[in-house]
Design a protein around this ligand. Structure first.
Ligand SMILES: Cc1cc2nc3c(=O)[nH]c(=O)nc-3n(C[C@H](O)[C@H](O)[C@H](O)COP(=O)(O)O)c2cc1C
Length: 380
């Protein structure tokens, strides 16, 4: 378990850091800076002792300090972090100094103007308005994240969408479940140890797949709803993709995000999902997820295709016409997204149309599950 950082520990760590710079610091001198810091009704007394080689930290009170600081713990942190001007601090009573204040010169200053070399990655016009700046994608990759790959219903509905896309451009279908992607372990090695390199990169297929996906100008993420979200294999893929961003934080469109390590201009994505239940509201959790992901990946979502009752429609003789209309609309949606960077509202209306259910349908479904008890028929 991580330790709780008390004010004394914070001060000690701060002096440790200053000490690392002290040997090269030009203003070395012998003396003592005494602190009397108030924190949550407690007094935190400690001091820094300097000689010509080291800065050392001590708890308690020295009898003969060179200079004394009296303030709250937070005001001292603001002063040390450059957020509080010392003159302003004294004038407003936030800081009190006694003794030779010029002695603070022995504390090496952190330059806030240090060149951090953070890569430029501003929001592009395309990201702000993909339809206006749309250029026909040269390559579309469809990532089917159904664990059942080509045996699943996701694949079945995708086929029509892919057929539409293929009329307009080059498209490749990839089944995610055929790749081995370990879950992220949260070690941050990819941001600290070897930047951009995950500890699993040599051990699984993530890199191979991520590089392949990078060839696309438009990516379709297709998946069935699992437990109100996406299947774990897709979430693992997104978690691991963090290694492809820089750790730095920059201003984004409406909030902070990371700069991308690999930039594919005008890259966009489509969300394609199916579910077993009847209502569109079942897609809300993944809708919000992809909205956030789009911002963090600097990659706009240009189309969303959601089909409820995906299993109930399939092979249902009473819904044959509806199923047929949905498949035709999916094909049209494939053509439209490539050509215009958006899917027409009337096309989506057909794809999204509600499968009207009655209590009888629920009874039939539940009877079906009852019959399947003990069945070894995995290919439902
Ligand atoms: C583990 C699991 C969890 C599921 N959770 C949901 C759910 O929360 N909501 C829903 O509407 N359907 C849910 N479903 C149903 C699937 O979305 C539906 O069966 C879908 O057609 C499966 O697609 P596939 O054949 O490509 O795997 C779930 C299915 C599985 C296997």
């Amino acid at each position: 378990m991580k330790e709780v950082l008390t004010p004394i520990l914070v001060m000690e760590k701060m002096v440790d850091k200053l000490q690392q710079k002290y040997p090269l610091h030009e203003e070395k001198a012998e003396g003592i800076i005494q602190f009397h810091l108030k924190h949550e009704n407690e007094n935190v007394d400690c001091y820094i002792k300097s000689d010509l080689e080291t800065l050392r930290f001590f708890e308690g009170i020295d009898k003969n300090p060179t200079v004394t600081v009296k303030s709250t713990f937070y005001n001292w942190l603001d002063l040390a972090g450059g957020k509080l001007n010392p003159v302003f601090g004294v004038l407003t009573g936030k800081l009190k100094f006694k003794g030779d204040t010029s002695f603070f010169k022995i504390l090496p200053k952190k330059s806030f103007n240090d060149d951090l070399n953070i890569p430029e990655d501003p929001a592009t016009q395309f990201e702000k308005n993909p339809v206006k700046y749309w250029t026909k994608p040269k390559k579309v990759i469809v990532l089917n994240a159904s664990p059942r790959a080509e045996n699943g219903y996701t694949d079945f509905y995708l086929n029509s969408f892919i057929k539409g896309i293929s009329k307009k451009t080059d498209v490749e279908l990839i089944h995610l479940s055929k790749y081995r992607i370990n879950p992220c372990s949260g070690c941050f090695s990819c941001w600290m140890n070897v930047q951009g390199q995950c500890v699993y990169h040599e051990k699984d297929d993530f890199n191979k797949l991520a590089e392949k996906m990078f060839e696309a100008d438009l990516t379709v993420y297709a998946f069935p709803i699992y437990a109100d979200g996406m299947p774990g294999i897709l979430k693992n893929y997104f978690d691991r993709s963090v290694s492809r961003a820089y750790p730095y934080m920059i201003e984004g469109l409406n909030r902070v995000r990371h700069p991308r390590r690999y930039i594919n201009k005008n890259h966009s994505m489509v969300v394609f999902s199916i579910c077993g239940f009847f209502e569109m509201v079942n897609f809300e959790p993944v809708r919000s997820y992809f909205k956030a992901l789009a911002h963090n990946r600097h990659t706009p979502v240009v189309g969303e295709i959601y089909r409820t009752t995906a299993v109930g429609l399939y092979g249902n003789p009473f819904a044959y016409k509806m199923m047929n209309d949905v498949l035709i609309a999916l094909e049209n949606a494939g053509e439209e997204i490539v050509e215009n960077g958006k899917i027409k509202r009337k096309t989506l209306k057909v794809v999204n149309q509600k499968f009207k259910s009655s209590n009888k349908d629920l009874v039939k479904i539940n009877e079906w599950w009852n019959e399947k008890k003990g069945s070894k028929d995995y290919n439902y």
